[in-house]
Design a protein around this ligand. Structure first.
Ligand SMILES: Nc1ncnc2c1ncn2[C@@H]1O[C@H](COP(=O)(O)OP(=O)(O)OP(=O)(O)O)[C@@H](O)[C@H]1O
Ligand SMILES: [Mg+2]
Length: 269
């Protein structure tokens, strides 16, 4: 089971846009995908057509993590909380009460660091569960990020060409390095995915060179330009694989190319 976490402390860089559509792309290939919305803003949940406030908090990720805190998370207890979005993507939804999750984790044993890892180990042991798990993370450091990184195979970092992003990227790389060097998750990998790029703009070319100078090895080949489909499909509560408006087919092809890259790096499941 591959676990991909969309992470960066900077808001609005495309974590949710990529999480939702990478999940949809893997599903197009016939793989069994679970999207986990770890952001109390519940953007991914909402994007795919589920009203987060219609759920009891126990039916969201919170229920799963509370079970894990009490050491009683099983594959069955996780699967009971998984819902199908209108386009058939399996999701563990977020809930606004997750705003208190960092405090809850801080008071859990070991800061809750191993809770998700344990949950995914339970899922991986069960028959016919998931090939791929996608985590959508909030724009924050702290215990939720640490718990996610402990359970992740590869961090996917959407980068838009802005100066402030480089600081957030360095901070994330430090968190990744800590998780690797203290032995929590030595195999953790990182891929940087350029998003909202205008490849012909001079400023973006300069930014690109800066990224290459520091992170050439981690950079994914697939680059996402600014496209209406990625903005407007959210309002329609659809992935670009369901959405049929302007640019949708171009953006779909880019997501398929990105997951092909991931499968070359991590192996097919
Ligand atoms: N390549 C793109 N072209 C056009 N719009 C985009 C693109 N990528 C993302 N967007 C839009 O930009 C906005 C911010 O993206 P998104 O919500 O994915 O960011 P985020 O990193 O998840 O933000 P947050 O940190 O607040 O969770 C959304 O409205 C999204 O639809
Ligand atoms: Mg988001």
């Amino acid at each position: 089971m591959h676990v991909y976490a969309l992470s960066l402390e900077k808001g609005g860089c495309g974590k949710t846009a990529l999480a939702v559509n990478i999940a949809a792309a893997f599903q197009q290939l016939g793989l069994r995908v679970l999207l986990v919305d770890l952001d109390s803003q519940a953007s991914a949940t909402h994007w795919l057509g589920i009203d987060p406030e219609s759920l009891h908090p126990d039916q969201s990720v919170l229920g799963v993590l509370n079970d894990a805190i009490q050491n009683r998370a099983t594959a069955a207890s996780v699967l009971r909380r998984v819902r199908d979005t209108p386009e058939g993507i399996s999701i563990l939804a977020a809930h606004s009460l997750m705003a208190s999750l960092p405090a809850q984790l801080t008071s859990a044993p070991l800061g809750g660091l191993f809770l998700l890892k344990h949950v995914f180990a339970e899922l991986a042991r069960a028959a016919n569960t998931y090939d791929i798990v996608i985590l959508d993370l909030p724009p924050a450091r702290g215990p939720v990020l640490a718990m996610a990184l402990a359970a992740t195979t590869r961090c996917l970092v959407p980068i838009q060409p802005e100066d402030l992003v480089m600081r957030a990227l360095r901070a994330l790389m430090t968190s990744v390095q800590q998780i690797k060097s203290n032995g929590v998750n030595q195999g953790l990998q990182v891929s940087i995915v350029r998003n909202k790029y205008a490849p012909r703009s001079n400023a973006d070319r300069v930014f690109d060179q800066l990224l290459h100078d520091h992170y050439a090895v981690q950079m994914a080949q697939t680059v996402f330009p600014i496209r209406a489909a990625l903005r407007d499909s959210a309002a329609m509560q659809q992935s670009v694989f369901r959405y049929t408006g302007t640019d949708a087919s171009e953006v779909r092809a880019l997501f398929l190319q990105l997951i092909e890259e991931l499968m070359v790096l991590d192996g097919r499941v």
